[in-house]
Design a protein around this ligand. Structure first.
Ligand code: AKG
Length: 260
């Protein structure tokens, strides 16, 4: 199956969910107008990294964000890998990825498993407990969040569960953008899957973010790459590439899991 995927490489208004919702609708509309079947949003797009106020501005049980995304996905008839939002429960706030299908159903919630201490996440957020696997149009996929890509075993687990596409949503700082590209390409090559990664641009009081959103095929070729400005980064992907690459170099048959 061939389909076009678009990444909303957007700036995020610091601590301003209502303004960010207005922006997101424009990105979803643009993706639809440009022929995308799926659009991807960045990490924490409602609030940005406004962690000192996160308890106050987080979305209770992610209810408002979920109904916002499902109504948009239905209105524009497009799958939305809805980045992540600050999601408040009784025990604290989690960084939760939401996926809405083109019929307006919420098909996944995944909370970031690995908290990033360099940006103080562990002081304000709780880690998730579940995996990021889901399916759209009968294809297994997964969604991971930013720092998660530094854990190849977590990424591999999702591919072993059947993911042919792994989406990554991020607020990755410009200072380490080489790591971003290198890690994402390595994850695509070693797992022989599509890696579709949306990073934000712009800055907040503590960081400048690096854009460079990427769509990478199972051979590690970069099909599309963002700049450091706001833009829709889009490419057509052909899912048959996954089987083709896995036939050519059959790493999943050649693994020796008894030794590792
Ligand atoms: O791992 C990194 O260098 C960046 C991670 C990050 O910014 C995040 O998880 O929010």
């Amino acid at each position: 199956m061939i389909q076009k995927v678009g990444l909303a490489q957007m700036d995020i208004m610091f601590g301003n969910p209502e303004e960010n919702k207005l922006k997101v609708e424009q990105w979803v509309k643009k993706a639809k107008e440009e022929g995308c079947g799926t659009v991807v949003l960045p990490e924490l797009w409602t609030t940005g990294y406004d962690l000192t106020r996160i308890d106050e501005i987080a979305d209770k049980e992610a209810e408002d964000s979920s109904s916002f995304l499902t109504s948009l996905s239905k209105k524009y008839s497009i799958h939305i890998v809805g980045g992540s939002v600050a999601n408040k429960s009784n025990d604290g706030v989690r960084n939760t990825l939401l996926v809405a299908d083109a019929n307006g159903a919420l098909v996944k919630r995944y909370s970031k498993l690995h908290l990033f201490k360099l940006m103080n996440e562990h002081h304000y957020l709780l880690p998730g407990q579940e995996d990021g696997s889901f399916s759209l149009d009968d294809t297994m996929m997964a969604g991971l969040i930013c720092y998660d890509i530094r854990f190849p075993e977590w990424f591999r687990k999702h591919v072993m569960m059947g993911a042919k596409i792994v989406f990554v949503v991020a607020e990755w700082p410009a200072a380490r953008i080489d790591h971003w590209q290198t890690l994402l390409r390595a994850r695509a090559i070693e797992n022989q899957c599509f890696v579709i990664a949306c990073n934000r641009v712009g800055s907040d009081p503590d960081n400048e973010f690096g854009g460079s959103s990427l769509i990478i095929d199972p051979w590690g070729e970069i099909l599309a790459k963002g700049t450091q400005s706001e833009q829709l980064v889009a490419a057509e992907i052909n899912l048959q590439e996954v089987e083709k690459v896995r036939k050519q170099i059959p790493i999943f048959q050649d693994r020796r899991p008894n030794f590792y």
